[in-house]
Design a protein around this ligand. Structure first.
Ligand code: NI
Length: 151
């Protein structure tokens, strides 16, 4: 088990377009395991690799239904709109209201290299869109129509 330090807003890596994973090596599997450890240690519901300083298209999510891993994720379908509150482990103490698609379908590889098609709604859909934005260098505060600083 390894817990990484989470990179915070202002770091260049959070603004880069993350690189596609060409091959699922033991290092990618280790990265996934360590990202899950890091996310759980920080009480987060999602984490993208750039948030630990690794510019690769890798995401982990757990909205309370067990861990989900996305390698090279792409949103292939989306439906509806829903406003909701978000925060980000890379922007401590800030929450904001963001309009997102209510439902999405994500295609991504799992750690075995199998292409998965995942349907998400509710918090899972929101987290998927938030984390996939990280891979494009987009942070939720870029899209929020209202932000609050928490004390
Ligand atoms: Ni985030």
């Amino acid at each position: 088990m390894a817990v990484y330090q989470i990179v915070e807003i202002g770091a260049d890596v959070l603004r880069e377009k993350a690189k596609e994973v060409k091959e699922i090596t033991p290092n990618i599997v280790k990265l996934l395991d360590n990202m899950l450890d890091t996310m759980y240690a920080a009480n987060g519901v999602g984490l993208a690799a750039p948030q630990i300083g690794v510019s690769k298209r890798v995401v982990v999510i757990d909205v309370g239904e067990g861990p989900v891993e996305f390698i090279n994720p792409v949103i292939v379908e989306q439906e509806g709109q829903e406003d909701g509150s978000e925060g980000c482990l890379s922007i401590p103490g800030v929450t904001g209201e963001v309009m997102r698609a209510a439902k999405v379908v994500v295609e991504a590889l799992n750690r075995k290299g199998e292409l998965q098609r995942i349907e998400a709604e509710g918090l899972f859909a929101r987290a998927s869109q938030h984390e996939i934005d990280h891979l494009e260098g987009i942070l939720f505060v870029d899209k929020a129509h209202k932000t609050h600083r928490n004390r």
